[in-house]
Structure formats: structure tokens, C-alpha cells
Design a protein. Structure first.
Length: 205
């Protein structure tokens, strides 16, 4: 299939997955990335013309975690103002019980992100079927998305056109997970590259 000279590129960012990998690889304790800049520095060296960036994240309930609720809402608002398409989902809460070393049990409320990976998968597939992009960059290491990569290859054959799906992720010798999503092209983000894309803004309330 003919490889286009101009490769229209969509970036799909799983905000929580990216944060936890940056924390594991580089030690950062909060989501300090500038998504627009990070998507750009991954795209440009590969000759990919970034045409759209989509950011996905779960948001804590304001009563359960007011600080992080404000942080994510403020950061999402700013990203939306810069042209990034932001998709949020409220965290789902449940009581979790753990057994302590002394044999007693402790119960606490925990929030879990639900539906983000499914939404990313649907958007990546829809974008390919609608011929919106030639390259999809997924900023996540969620192996559940490996099936999406296989589906993209099927769509490319059906449409008789060239499509690439890449996986971009922070990486360092100390990272516990150094693998990208199976069936994708891996783009490793080293610390020097990541540090050029740190957002100096403070979104805390």
C-alpha cells in the first residue's frame, strides 16, 4: 500500500496511564506533562503531521477528593482552550477492605477509572474507518489496546491504504514496564525529551 508523503496524525492520550508511567520512569509525583508539546515532540521527528490531540482521564468526585477534582478540571479546561479535545469520566467508588499485619481489617473508599480504555479504543477505530488519520499515536501501555492495533491493520487492508499505529510511553532503566502495546510501533520517551514538555502551570485550587 502507498505510504503517504503527508501523514495526518492523531494523538490519543490516556492521562492516568501516562502519569503513572512517568512517575515510575522518572519519579514525578503529579501529572506535570504539557500534552500539546509532548504530542508535538513525538510526532515531528517521525515526519508525522499532528492534526488532532485527544486527552482522556477519570476525574475524582469533588466531595471525595476536592484537590484532585479541581486539579483535573482546571487542567482539562486549559487543554480545551488550546484546541485539545478532552474526554473525562467520573471515577467510580467502592469500599475496599485490606487485612493489616496484626490481623485486623481496614476499610477505605477508593476511586477507580472505568470506561476510558474502551472510549480510546472506539475512537481509534472510528478515526481509521472514517479516514481521519494515517498515523495514530496512543500514549498508553494498556495491553488491552493490542486488539485495536490488530483491527487497524484489518481496516487498512479493507480500505487499501497505509495506516500506522504507534505507542508512545516514558521509559528509563528504572521503569518496571518497558514494553509498549503489542502489535504497535514503540516510541520511547526518555527523560530529556519528557523534561522539555513539562507544564509550568499550577492547576491546584
Amino acid at each position: 500500500m502507498f505510504e503517504p508523503a503527508i501523514k495526518r496524525t492523531f494523538a490519543f492520550i490516556d492521562g492516568q496511564n501516562l502519569f503513572h508511567q512517568a512517575k515510575d520512569a522518572f519519579g514525578y509525583r503529579f501529572p506535570n506533562y504539557d500534552i500539546a508539546e509532548l504530542a508535538r515532540v513525538v510526532s515531528e521527528p517521525n515526519g508525522w503531521q499532528l492534526t488532532e490531540t485527544r486527552f482522556y482521564t477519570g476525574v475524582p468526585d469533588a466531595t471525595a477528593d476536592p484537590v484532585w477534582n479541581s486539579f483535573w478540571l482546571n487542567k482539562a479546561t486549559y487543554m480545551g482552550q488550546t484546541g485539545i479535545k478532552v474526554i473525562t469520566r467520573p471515577l467510580r467508588y467502592r469500599n475496599k477492605i485490606v487485612r493489616l499485619p496484626d490481623g485486623t481489617q481496614h476499610s477505605f473508599l477508593t476511586g477507580e477509572e472505568k470506561g476510558i480504555d474502551v472510549r480510546i479504543a472506539l475512537d481509534v477505530i472510528a478515526g481509521a474507518r472514517n479516514r481521519l488519520y494515517d498515523v495514530a499515536i496512543v500514549f498508553s501501555q494498556d495491553q488491552d489496546l493490542a486488539e485495536v492495533a490488530s483491527e487497524i491493520r484489518t481496516i487498512a487492508i479493507e480500505q487499501g491504504r497505509w495506516i500506522k499505529i504507534a505507542c508512545a510511553f516514558p521509559d528509563s532503566p528504572t521503569a518496571h514496564n518497558r514494553r509498549g502495546i503489542n502489535n504497535t510501533d514503540w516510541v520511547r520517551i526518555d527523560r530529556a525529551t519528557y523534561d522539555r514538555c513539562i507544564d509550568p502551570r499550577d492547576y491546584r485550587p
